[in-house]
Design a protein around this ligand. Structure first.
Ligand code: FE2
Ligand code: FE2
Length: 213
C-alpha cells in the first residue's frame, strides 16, 4: 500500500476507535492511545510492523460494551474486520491485525495464543497498562464502574502481581521489570491499610503530624 493510503487508514481508525470504545478511564480512548505508544516503542526494538500495531492498538478494545454473549476480543475482531475491509485494507494486513486483536487478552489466552511478533507486542503493550501506576488506578476505576467493594480492588490488584512476569517479548519483559517494585510496594501498602484499617489512624506520629498541620 502507498504511504498516503496507510496514513489515511490509521487516521480513520483513530477516529473510529474514539467513537467506539467505552467513555471511561478504564478501557476508554486514552487507554488505547497508551497501548499504541507502548506497542510502537516495543516494535522499534523487536523489529515489528508498526502500521499493523498502530491499527491493532486502536481497535483492540472497540468491542467492549458491544458484546453480544461473546468475548470482547471476538466482538472487537469482527467489528475491526468489517471496518478495515470497508476502508479498502487488503486481506493480508487485515488478517494480521485481526490475529493481534483476537489474542491480546491475558484472561482469554487459553483460548487463542499470540503467534506473530505483532500479536506478542500488543499483548505486552496491553499488559503494561495493567502493572504501572495507571494500571493500579484502573483497578479501582473498574471496581467503581462495576459497583464492587475494596476487597474486589485488592483481589484484582493481587492478580496484577501474578501477571508481572507474563510478558512475551524481550523489550516488554524489560519495561515490566522496571515496574515491579512499585507494584509490590503499592499492593503491600494497600493490603496493610485495607486489612487493618485502624493502624494508620492509631499511629501516634501520624496523628501528631495531622493535628499540628
Ligand atoms: Fe482488551
Ligand atoms: Fe486493552
Amino acid at each position: 500500500m502507498e504511504i498516503n493510503d496507510i496514513n489515511k487508514i490509521i487516521l480513520e481508525t483513530k477516529k473510529y476507535s474514539r467513537q467506539m470504545v467505552p467513555k471511561d478511564l478504564h478501557h476508554g480512548f486514552e487507554h488505547c492511545q497508551r497501548v499504541r505508544d507502548y506497542a510502537l516503542l516495543i516494535a522499534k526494538t523487536e523489529k515489528a510492523d508498526s502500521n499493523i500495531l498502530e491499527i491493532a492498538s486502536y481497535l483492540h478494545d472497540i468491542g467492549r460494551g458491544h458484546e453480544k454473549n461473546q468475548y470482547h476480543t471476538k466482538t472487537s475482531a469482527e467489528l475491526a474486520k468489517t471496518f478495515l475491509t470497508n476502508l479498502g485494507l487488503p486481506a493480508e494486513p487485515t488478517q494480521k491485525i485481526i490475529h493481534c486483536i483476537e489474542t491480546h487478552s491475558r484472561k482469554l489466552r487459553h483460548r487463542k495464543t499470540p503467534k506473530s511478533i505483532e500479536a506478542k507486542i500488543l499483548y505486552d503493550a496491553d499488559g503494561l497498562e495493567m502493572i504501572g501506576a495507571v494500571g493500579l488506578l484502573r483497578t479501582a476505576l473498574s471496581a467503581q464502574v462495576q459497583g464492587k467493594d475494596w476487597n474486589h480492588v485488592l483481589k484484582k490488584a493481587r492478580w496484577r502481581l501474578k501477571i508481572k512476569n507474563d510478558f512475551l517479548t524481550l523489550t516488554g519483559k524489560k519495561i515490566a521489570k522496571t515496574r515491579q517494585n512499585l507494584l509490590v510496594a503499592f499492593i503491600n501498602q494497600l493490603m496493610k491499610e485495607l486489612e487493618n484499617k485502624t493502624c494508620a489512624l492509631e499511629d501516634n506520629n501520624f496523628c501528631s503530624k495531622t493535628i499540628t498541620k
